[in-house]
Design a protein around this ligand. Structure first.
Ligand code: DQA
Length: 146
């Protein structure tokens, strides 16, 4: 069975209460439930994780080799700073999709640069919590074709 890892970076554990005007009121736990439902519809398995620590995210990417067929990552602010996360994704050669709740192209200038975007095959952003199941669909389609 196709298996997909969904990674969430810093501050995303606070979803639900964190700047609801930007990120909505849905909690990460609820998003996980949405993703489990979508995964079972798509007949794939998925696991969702969150960490506030760059090195932990990097370790999870490394450990995904041979275990997961695709990675969906909302790297939070590390999106805009982390060459190390970008290198980890390149190193494992697992198809990776970049995900954001907000539209990072319509916010502050410093959010326009995405290191994740340089190594991801696709980008889903600006759909809030709905972007997560959407990203799963896009990932499954991609994996079917490649
Ligand atoms: C985010 C966008 C990032 O710029 C920000 O630092 C986040 C969340 C999003 O999902 O919209 O933490 O990745």
């Amino acid at each position: 069975m196709t298996s997909i890892l969904i990674l969430n970076g810093p501050n995303l554990n606070l979803l639900g209460t964190r700047q609801p005007e930007v990120y909505g009121t849905t909690t990460l736990r609820y998003i996980e439930a949405l993703c489990q439902k979508k995964a079972s519809e798509l007949q794939v398995s998925m696991e969702m994780r969150q960490s506030n620590h760059e090195g932990v995210l990097i370790d999870w990417i490394h450990d995904a080799r041979g275990v997961f067929d695709g990675i969906i990552i909302n790297a939070g602010a590390y999106t805009h700073t982390s060459i190390a996360l970008m290198d980890a994704i390149s190193s494992v050669e697992i198809p990776t999709l970049e995900l954001h709740l907000s539209n990072i192209h319509e916010r502050e200038d410093f959010r326009r640069l995405s290191y994740i975007g340089k190594v991801a095959f696709d980008l889903v952003m600006g759909h809030g919590a709905d972007g997560y199941p959407m990203a799963l669909e896009r990932m499954v389609l991609y994996l079917e074709k490649h």
